[in-house]
Design a protein around this ligand. Structure first.
Ligand SMILES: Cc1cc2nc3c(=O)[nH]c(=O)nc-3n(C[C@H](O)[C@H](O)[C@H](O)COP(=O)(O)OP(=O)(O)OC[C@H]3O[C@@H](n4cnc5c(N)ncnc54)[C@H](O)[C@@H]3O)c2cc1C
Length: 328
């Protein structure tokens, strides 16, 4: 690991100033991803700017939304009474991630920005356009079992590894950021990006901006939400496929629905066509199967991940059945 400076800041302006004056500085929150990447030599910031002492550690139910500060720990958010009451999907997704010890350290801001778990990104002897632009993609012709089936490019087939991000995408969360040009609100669907020709960029956040919080608009989904994560081990493993469902039912009719998938793309994958198809329809296995077929339109597998083409729709059907309470 390279030598680096450590700077503790106590105001957002101080954090932004540090980022602005040093292009090789990085913010650190829980450190559960960044410090690993530094140990592996994947990232080598010359300064760590510690955001833990900024005042972003509250969860507040406001009129029309739930606000969660950027430095709130994943463990705290997943057990919070307002999160459980108003946005249980978020809690379900976060509890399926990592381990209790990691969730005690991991923050909301850090989770949003955690980097891919592609083995070629972590292996500094392998080519990786995300780690070293222009070096090639080791995964494309290599071992690509964990990799994307949607939205990949010829530069990168890595996936976003976060569970939390999948739930936030289904819930239409908004990311609050501040930077040298002032405050911005970024809808989560515009926050993470597809790899295109610049896979080194995971998000649309500017290097000098910091995340201050997340806002989830109120909805009527709390009674019918499910997060299903399929993985190699029952705990402490990243998703092969995950599906977030948030549904509003009127009797057995689907009044409103949101669907997102994880483990399938460089960003959490929203399934808008399937949502449109299901809105106003009966919650039935037949309709769920049709929606899952629609959701898989355009999917493309690589040598080792063709199983995802079946696992993804099957997981989606199961998640829809669970969220709606249909047994058969
Ligand atoms: C063994 C292991 C298993 C895991 N399993 C899972 C899993 O199954 N599912 C899952 O979803 N996650 C999993 N994780 C990932 C874990 O959730 C993330 O490491 C964690 O959420 C990152 O949060 P952090 O606060 O520690 O971020 P850090 O490591 O401190 O930072 C991560 C990135 O975010 C940036 N950052 C942090 N805060 C801010 C801010 N306020 N504004 C702007 N930038 C910021 C940092 O500069 C850095 O680039 C696992 C991690 C490990 C080590």
């Amino acid at each position: 690991m390279n030598n680096f400076q450590y700077k503790r800041v106590s105001s957002p302006i101080a954090a932004i100033t540090e980022l602005a004056k040093d292009p090789a500085a990085k913010l650190v929150a829980g450190g559960t991803n960044l410090i690993d990447l530094m140990k592996y030599g994947v990232m080598s910031p010359d300064k760590l700017v510690d955001v833990n002492h900024l005042n972003f550690n509250e969860i507040v139910k406001q009129d029309g939304s739930l606000h969660i500060g950027a430095t709130v720990r994943n463990a705290v958010a997943s057990a919070n009474a307002d999160v459980l009451k108003y946005q249980p999907l978020l809690s379900q997704a976060m509890l399926s991630g990592a381990s209790p010890q990691l969730r005690n350290k991991a923050t909301m801001g850090g989770n949003l920005l955690q980097r891919t778990r592609c083995g070629y990104f972590y292996d500094i002897s392998a080519p990786c356009n995300k780690r070293q632009p222009g070096s090639g993609c080791g995964a494309m012709g290599g071992y690509n079992r964990m990799h994307a089936i949607f939205g990949a490019s010829s530069s990168c087939i890595a996936v976003n590894p976060s569970d939390m991000n999948v739930a936030l995408t289904a819930l239409d969360a908004v990311i609050l950021v501040t930077g040298p040009k002032g405050d911005r609100k970024i809808p989560i669907s515009d926050f993470h990006r597809l790899p295109g020709t610049h896979p080194e960029l995971d998000t649309t956040l500017d290097r000098k901006e910091i995340i201050t919080g997340i806002v989830i608009p109120d909805n009527a989904f709390a009674a019918n939400t499910t997060y299903i994560k399929v993985r190699d081990r029952a705990s402490y493993a990243f998703a092969l496929i995950s599906v977030a469902v948030a549904m509003e039912l009127e009797g057995t009719t689907i009044k409103d629905i949101r669907l997102a998938m994880g483990g399938v793309a460089h960003k959490p994958w929203r399934l808008k066509e399937a949502e449109q198809m299901l809105k106003g329809k009966q919650a039935s296995v037949e309709n769920f199967k049709m929606a899952a077929e629609l959701a898989m339109k355009g999917a493309r597998a690589y040598e080792h991940n063709a199983f995802k083409l079946k696992l993804a729709p099957n997981t989606m059907i199961q998640a829809l059945k669970t969220a709606s309470g249909i047994k058969a």
